[in-house]
Design a protein around this ligand. Sequence first.
Ligand code: M6R
Length: 357
Amino acid sequence: EKGTYPHYMLKEIDEQPAVVRRIIQNYQDENDELTIEQDVLEALKQADRLYIIAAGTSYHAGLIGKEYIEKMAQIPVEVHIASEFGYNMPLLSEKPLFIFISQSGETADSRQVLVKVKELGHPALTITNVAGSTLSREADYTLLLHAGPEIAVASTKAYTAQLAVMAILSSVTAKAKGIDIGFDLEQELSIAANAIQTQVDDKENMEDIAREYLAVTRNCFFIGRNVDYYVGLEGALKLKEISYIQAEGFAGGELKHGTIALIEEGTPVIALATQEAVNLNIRGNVKEVAARGAYPCIISMEGLAEEGDRLVLPRVHELLTPIVSVIPLQLISYYAALHRDCDVDKPRNLAKSVTVE
Ligand code: M6R
């Protein structure tokens, strides 16, 4: 039930701090240490390469999952769009493990890959919100998102849940392999949950941003580098699917290779600047687009902020910034859609789970 909320999407955005906390609890052992089931852990340790298969928002989560797994657990990862994988299968490693990320567990594009993978005799793990879903039943292993039912077509809390679960999977695997990741993930996830809360409590500001940048525009660009680029892809998907504003996410450095030609007087460019190593570069990209008339909206993080940034997120561990920086993008999209009288929870032409190929 959506209770007093006007839309499921807003309710589900608001639930995200609680979802992250619930995930921590569900993945704790009796000593309050983060853990995953032993058989899943063994499968991860035995694999020489992981293949993440997903669609839409879950694919965007997979891109960040790759960062987590490679940085923490030090296992090479490839991320593939499910609908492409069937006929464009890469050369597989000797001991692959397939990871299917799917909120619903019913996405047909992902399922056809799972069927093929099982035919080939490879092990598969499904990360899903729905226990007993097709992808969960047909895979060898399942990790649950514990996000609670997601009703709005636009995925929000499932994305943050997918990131949190993949971070946990990565840190637990690292520990089992004797790798010191150098920080306490459980503590950093709790800090991130608090930071998400500050963002969902800042709705008036998000609504102002939507009004200021997106009220009349016909397009919008999201730029970022490193994980900020992947969050930008998700921000663009969210905006286009519910507000019908044409939106694209780009790697900051790639703009000058073509897309910058689209920048006109007043074009909104939402820039994420949460990564210290590339902070100067992304700010350079903002200057390049601003010089061509763009109207930049910089979302940065405490410690990296500069005067004029439109939104400054509380500081969280650098790997976990996507869990926090996606929240303003979800809210800005929500308000942009609302201001345009769009059907937020049921955008045109879309279904909650895509059960056709
Ligand atoms: O249920 P799944 O996670 O497999 O769904 C995948 C996509 O269809 C889904 O994420 C879609 O892109 C959302 N509408 C995005 O908000």
